[in-house]
Ligand binder design. Structure first.
Ligand code: FES
Ligand SMILES: [Fe+2]
Length: 346
């Protein structure tokens, strides 16, 4: 099936480096074999008897059966449906059932994987480098002693195969002007921190969803802190409003589309365990998800503008985040910012 003419293929690589979500942990129970496609590759995720999760390329090195369709977990290994060859969690062949010894030479490519905040993240790097930063944790990364017990159950949004790039979602974090127009905040938020010095970046801003446009931002006592762990995963923590945490995770599927996952946690009030409170938390979580879907509908139809027509007050934030983003494009396809950075270095 051909793509429609005029499709908004971003001038940014759809094979960036970093941690990316490929599933939720509870989607792949013990013994489950789960076919999936990310970064243009057919992949398979499977969970061994011990609970260990493996993500690997889907094709058997023997004659190429897709392990995600009929492959079975046998103890700690994955057995191919075609001729019964067994593959380890390191992608090694450990058994050819009709031979005395396995094939020690062939190996299926496996991906570094971590399970965190109920998600499965894989490390993707087309140069095959080991992970050089850690995926952010919606609790631990804020170093405030918080944990999932302080929050109601995770609420989720999953949108499959949207025509957008992970960087669109991240740029939202420095885009102060959109809050008033997309999310109907009464006044435009103000950024109090833009820290793009490291692989993991930090953005803080003062924002309110309450009151009218007569208030001044100096009087607002609420805000959001965001941590961007590369292009794939961003976590946020709120202060001064209903206690909430969010995780947004965007993972390229192919050269055109990405999967978007968004997760919300609403804080529990100590001593308040009623069903009514939980129902209220659910409603509030759904409202945050609704606000996120307002962004999604923009991103899914957006055409990446490079160079963009920035207003003076937007220059600093957008320039910083686009320059920071270039380090995650090993093939150098980071748009004009990458070209500028390369020129500056040579
Ligand atoms: S193709 Fe997998 S065992 Fe033959
Ligand atoms: Fe937004």
């Amino acid at each position: 099936m051909g793509r429609a003419a005029g499709m908004a293929k971003p001038p940014l690589s759809m094979k960036p480096t970093g941690w990316f979500q490929v599933a939720w942990s509870d989607e792949i129970g013990v013994g489950c074999v789960h076919p999936m496609k990310y970064f243009g590759e057919e992949l398979v995720a499977w969970r061994a008897e011990s609970g260990q999760l493996t993500v690997m390329n889907a094709y058997c090195e023997h004659l190429g059966a897709h392990l995600g369709f009929g492959g079975t977990v046998v103890g700690e290994v994955l057995q191919c449906p075609f001729h019964g060859w067994q593959w380890s969690q390191q992608g090694r062949n450990v058994c050819i059932p009709y031979e005395n010894r396995p094939n020690r030479g062939r190996r299926i490519k496996t991906y570094p994987v971590i399970e965190r905040n109920e998600s499965i993240y894989i490390w993707h790097d087309i140069e095959g480098r080991e992970p050089f930063f850690d995926a952010p944790d919606v609790f631990a990364s804020f170093e405030d002693g918080s944990g999932p017990d302080d929050y109601y159950p995770q609420q989720r949004l999953f949108e499959h195969g949207l025509e957008l790039h992970p960087q669109y979602v991240l740029e939202n974090g420095v885009d102060f002007a959109h809050f008033k127009y997309v999310h109907n905040t009464p006044i435009v938020p103000v950024f109090t921190r833009h820290d793009f010095d490291d692989v993991v970046s930090y953005v803080d801003f003062t924002i309110t969803f309450e009151g009218d446009d007569g208030q001044s931002i100096e009087d607002v006592n609420s805000g959001v802190q965001a941590i961007n762990g590369g292009l794939g995963i961003a976590v946020t923590k709120s202060w001064g409003m209903v206690d909430n945490r969010t995780i947004s995770a965007v993972t390229p599927v192919d050269e055109f589309t990405s999967d978007v996952r968004f997760m919300v946690y609403i804080g529990r009030t100590p001593g308040e365990d009623s069903e009514k409170a939980e129902a209220k938390a659910r409603t509030f979580g759904q409202e945050i998800i609704r606000q996120f879907t307002q962004d999604v509908s923009i991103w899914a139809h957006q055409r990446y503008s490079d160079p963009p027509a920035l207003a003076g007050s937007e220059q600093q934030g957008f320039t910083a985040i686009r320059k920071w983003a270039t380090q995650f494009y090993p093939d150098g396809k980071g748009g004009s910012a990458a070209a500028l950075a390369a020129a500056a270095q040579s």
